[in-house]
Ligand binder design. Structure first.
Ligand SMILES: [Zn+2]
Length: 293
């Protein structure tokens, strides 16, 4: 059963956090220039200095659409990645979808913030020795055009983060919808470029009846990254991440957005408040009667 803390209503939309699994990453790499004495208060590292991250996917249902945001690392993680990141695929995206009552062929849209292997690994499934097919056969897959081009021909710096062979089955053809900037994907659901982690990374905004949910992707991977300088070392353009966080937070505070993160295990939803000059994460109220945002 999906825990109630992982479900939320935003006007006419129901949003569910689905967990593809967890993995371990060096805490220092996840917090960039921030010293361990500061970040360890928010994310306790293990003896090898690693912190646990979630592989979050968000299922968005409403106004006749079933939209899946991110597909995790997927079922075919290769040995080298399993050893290095200690991936555990529990419960797994497909099990989570089934639990939510959604079959793969009922997903209309798959949105990826970017195409690093821990975000789009479940976009395709193995169809043969070196062949893959779309895991959601009736879905249109949505990503920024620049990100798709980058995934097919990565720069040396972030080549290890892409697995182009597994994405080939999606395009060129009927499966792909490549976006050029801000785009309304469905009524009330909008892709918003948030460059920084990669040049064409995007977030997703869901708005209905005066309420907004915003998915940050890797711009803000966990609630421990709310502080503006808490930016991962993986970000190719950290100054852009910083500026984009600031710009989004101003609106998130003013309009009381509910926000979601790509890699937070404990906090599927929450809000951002400003105290003095600092931004803070406020967990979503828990318990009976707290179902609605
Ligand atoms: Zn990521």
């Amino acid at each position: 059963m999906t825990p109630s803390a992982d479900r939320l209503e935003i006007g006419e939309f129901e949003i569910t956090r689905l967990l593809d699994g967890t993995f371990l990453v060096d805490g220092g790499a996840m917090f960039g220039v921030v010293p361990r004495t500061l970040w360890e208060k928010r994310a306790a590292p293990d003896r090898e200095n690693r912190i646990t991250l979630a592989l979050n996917c968000y299922l968005i249902r409403g106004r006749g659409s079933t939209i899946l945001v991110e597909t995790g690392v997927g079922p075919d993680v290769d040995r080298r990645h399993i050893d290095f990141y200690a991936f555990r695929r529990e419960p797994g995206l497909l099990a989570g979808l089934e639990d939510a009552g959604v079959r793969p062929d009922q997903v209309d849209v798959v949105v990826n913030s970017h195409l690093h292997f821990d975000h789009c690994g479940g976009n395709t499934i193995r169809a043969g020795e070196k062949e893959w097919r779309p895991a959601f056969p009736k879905a249109v897959y949505v990503v920024q055009r620049g990100e798709w081009e980058q995934a097919g021909n990565p720069v040396e710096r972030d080549r290890p983060s892409y697995i182009p062979a597994r994405l080939k089955a999606l395009g060129p053809g009927a499966f792909l919808n490549l976006l050029d900037g801000e785009t309304i994907i469905r009524d009330g659901v909008e892709a918003i470029p948030v460059p920084g982690h990669t040049a064409h990374h995007q977030g997703l905004k869901v708005t209905s009846r005066g309420r907004t949910f915003f998915y940050f992707g890797d711009a803000v991977p966990t609630s421990a990254h709310i502080d503006l300088p808490y930016i991962t070392s993986y970000d190719l353009f950290p100054v852009e991440t910083f500026n984009n966080k600031k710009k989004l937070y101003e609106r998130a505070v003013a309009e009381d957005w509910v926000v979601g993160f790509s890699h937070d295990l404990r906090q599927a939803f929450g809000c951002i408040r400003k105290t003095g000059r600092r931004y803070e994460f406020v967990p979503r109220p828990q318990g009976p009667g707290a179902e609605k945002a």
